[in-house]
Design a protein around this ligand. Structure first.
Ligand SMILES: Nc1ncnc2c1ncn2[C@@H]1O[C@H](COP(=O)(O)OP(=O)(O)OP(=O)(O)O)[C@@H](O)[C@H]1O
Length: 247
């Protein structure tokens, strides 16, 4: 079976001339939990954002489900963003609206624009969103405003929103960078467990090597916009780590 995601010779040069990616190649099979590590500025966020076209790559291809995301039309990008959920470091919730509404925003890609703008979610979508929130232990927070929640709870809402899209792939860009170690573990446990249970493929950017080793089925190390390591967590030696993180 073809890989779910295949990245070939991916390059990104920003308008100001900064080269963020200089020819990245890798494949991700269905069901993998891939963790991307690398020092600050290595190109991890750019890589994730090229996958769902939040950033337009300069060269190369991103095959997702046999479609080249780099050449996707407007409607194909909409489909792509529906099938690829994203979890952000800063949660990216709408603070003044309820937890439930934030989760339902994961359904917007499936609705026509008018229904979406009016917030006319179906009964089925509302029930599903509530089930997801139960699963993430947020059943008591359903009707609270998002900004009334702790950081860890907000990130669980971020996960719930991504899940409500029924994605094939989740991209998580440093989902625990602004959380304490105990809360971080809760978030990683939820993300890992749900992806395994639901067969969702996941690519997570992380700073913490120990956390990467604990959860990843595979680790990709990015150094100055290139792949410096691609292998199993137990193959990640101290020497390799040093190379990945050298300036
Ligand atoms: N919009 C942009 N315009 C210009 N340069 C950018 C832009 N976004 C990122 N960069 C640059 O591209 C390079 C890669 O950045 P990127 O954010 O992808 O790295 P990162 O590995 O995710 O870093 P961090 O771990 O600090 O988030 C850096 O040199 C960064 O300054």
């Amino acid at each position: 079976m073809a890989a779910l995601l295949e990245i070939r010779n991916l390059k990104k040069v920003y308008n100001d001339g900064t080269t963020a990616l200089q020819g990245v190649d890798f494949k991700v099979d269905r069901g993998e939990f891939v963790v991307v590590i690398g020092s600050s500025g290595a190109g991890k966020s750019t890589l994730l954002r090229c996958i769902n076209r939040l950033v337009q790559p300069s060269e190369g291809s991103v095959m997702f489900n046999n479609m080249d995301a780099t050449k996707a039309s407007h409607s194909q990008v909409r489909k792509l963003r529906r099938e690829v959920g994203m979890i952000f470091q800063g949660f990216n919730l709408i603070e003044r609206v309820s937890v439930l509404t934030n989760v339902l925003h994961g359904r917007l890609g499936y609705m026509n624009q008018l229904m979406g703008t009016l917030g006319m979610f179906s009964k089925h979508d509302i029930e599903e969103a509530k089930k997801i929130l139960h699963r993430l232990g947020l059943h008591q927070q359903i009707y609270k405003r998002a900004d009334e929640l702790s950081g860890g709870q907000q990130q669980r809402v971020g996960i719930a929103r991504a899940l409500s899209q029924q994605p094939q792939l989740i991209l998580a860009d440093e989902p625990i960078a602004s959380l304490d170690p105990v809360t971080s573990e809760t978030i990683m446990n939820h993300l890992h467990t749900i992806c395994q249970e639901d067969g969702i493929t996941c690519v997570v950017n992380l700073h913490q090597v120990e956390v990467a080793k604990k959860y990843a089925t595979r680790i990709i190390g990015i150094h100055k916009g290139t792949v410096a390591f691609d292998g199993k967590p137990d193959e990640l030696s101290d020497e390799v780590i040093q190379h990945i993180y050298q300036k």
